[in-house]
Design a protein around this ligand. Structure first.
Ligand code: HEC
Ligand code: HEC
Ligand code: HEC
Ligand code: HEC
Ligand code: HEC
Length: 233
């Protein structure tokens, strides 16, 4: 599966070390990189072993992201749920669905299937190169929504990569987080609309979405870093 994300990973830590050594070189490289935004994997949409629909489970059934991605706000890494999470419901619901046969084979001992007890092998969609350090909880607990980085997942029948996740893309937000910050209680709300929020909360004393962003930035004391070592240890 590693070859889905072909990258010249081996040489990169070296390149970064060399660049970091000479500040000017590093800045020049960063500038060159930033000037040519690569969007190499936007739209990547692999088929999954079970056709799991976020549209059904999030938009129609109203499940919160954290019901399944339960570590996203407490850890750097966001987990994908194990079979038990699905089985909690699907041992009762949609019991005859052919789409769920791989789940039943793994969870229902009476079927005596050779895959019993094995995890479902979901195909990974988003993958930062190994030389990049990323942390989920550091973002979602500071008012950055999943939606800013993963797009309208609540409407996706099949997950695809909606944003480039290039270095330039990361830095664009680190330079101006006020364009993305939300009140913390709105981070998991995919129907969030800043203007509606402002008119429902006149006590905040802000009139425009720009003012709201700047106010939250000050309130959370958010200062995203741009130094190389932030994302390249
Ligand atoms: C009922 C469980 C469930 C809920 C609720 C859920 N997800 Fe997922 N999510 C999954 C499963 C299973 C996968 C792996 C299969 C796939 O990619 O469709 C996944 C995959 C993903 C991926 C792609 C992971 C990768 O490989 O890069 C993202 C991003 C994601 N979910 C975001 C969200 C967001 C945002 C929400 C809330 C709006 C959410 N999910 C709600 C179960 C869930
Ligand atoms: C909270 C309960 C709940 C959880 C948890 C849940 N589902 Fe579902 N799922 C449902 C319901 C209810 C439906 C039927 C929705 C409908 O018919 O509109 C459904 C529908 C489906 C379908 C479509 C079945 C068909 O034949 O159309 C699939 C596939 C599916 N779920 C997979 C999963 C997987 C995989 C997981 C775990 C990652 C999961 N579900 C977790 C409640 C749940
Ligand atoms: C600031 C941008 C950002 C935000 C906010 C964000 N993600 Fe991610 N997400 C990423 C990046 C980058 C990756 C790839 C990380 C890696 O490979 O280490 C990723 C990967 C994932 C994965 C795949 C992990 C795996 O190992 O399969 C899931 C699932 C996921 N995100 C879910 C979520 C959910 C749910 C939320 C909101 C609660 C969220 N993300 C918020 C940027 C973000
Ligand atoms: C939509 C806005 C946004 C995007 C996109 C974004 N970040 Fe951030 N990032 C932030 C904010 C806000 C913080 C918190 C800053 C603070 O706490 O002062 C942060 C903090 C961080 C931190 C510090 C975490 C810690 O452990 O203290 C790292 C590392 C980081 N981001 C890496 C990345 C990488 C890598 C990407 C691209 C894959 C990325 N970010 C994309 C907004 C963003
Ligand atoms: C906010 C996070 C962040 C910061 C800060 C950051 N980078 Fe990156 N960098 C990334 C990400 C993410 C990638 C991988 C992009 C991709 O997969 O396309 C990357 C990729 C790279 C690459 C490989 C690019 C290529 O195409 O060969 C180099 C070299 C690099 N960074 C150097 C630097 C230097 C030097 C600095 C400091 C001036 C820096 N980075 C600061 C996130 C960051």
């Amino acid at each position: 599966m590693a070859n889905i994300f072909p990258r010249w990973t081996n040489l990169l830590p070296l390149k970064i070390a060399v660049c970091a050594g000479t500040a000017a070189g590093g800045a020049a490289l960063a500038l060159a990189y930033y000037a040519t935004p690569k969007a190499q994997v936007v739209g990547y949409q692999p088929a999954q072993p079970i056709p799991f629909s976020h549209k059904i489970h999030v938009d129609q059934l109203g499940l919160d992201c954290r019901y399944c991605h339960s570590f996203v706000d407490v850890a750097g890494h966001s987990n994908v749920p194990g079979n038990n999470t699905c089985w909690n419901c699907h041992q009762h619901v949609q019991r005859e669905s052919p789409k769920l046969q791989p789940l039943r084979d793994r969870m229902d001992a009476t079927l005596k299937h050779p895959d019993f007890g094995k995890p479902i092998e979901w195909v990974r969609v988003h993958k930062a190169p190994d030389y990049v350090y990323f942390n989920h909880s550091a973002h979602v607990n500071r008012g950055i929504s999943c939606q800013s980085c993963h797009g309208d997942v609540d409407q996706m029948e099949v997950v695809y990569q909606a944003e480039s996740h290039s270095m330039g893309w990361c830095l664009e937000c680190h330079r101006a987080p006020e364009n993305h910050l939300r009140p913390l209680e709105e981070v998991y709300n995919f129907n969030y609309d800043a203007e509606t929020y402002i008119s429902n909360n006149p006590q905040l004393g802000v009139k425009t979405t720009e003012e709201l962003g700047l106010k939250l930035k000050e309130q959370f004391n958010v200062k995203p870093k741009e130094a190389c070592a932030t994302c390249h240890h």
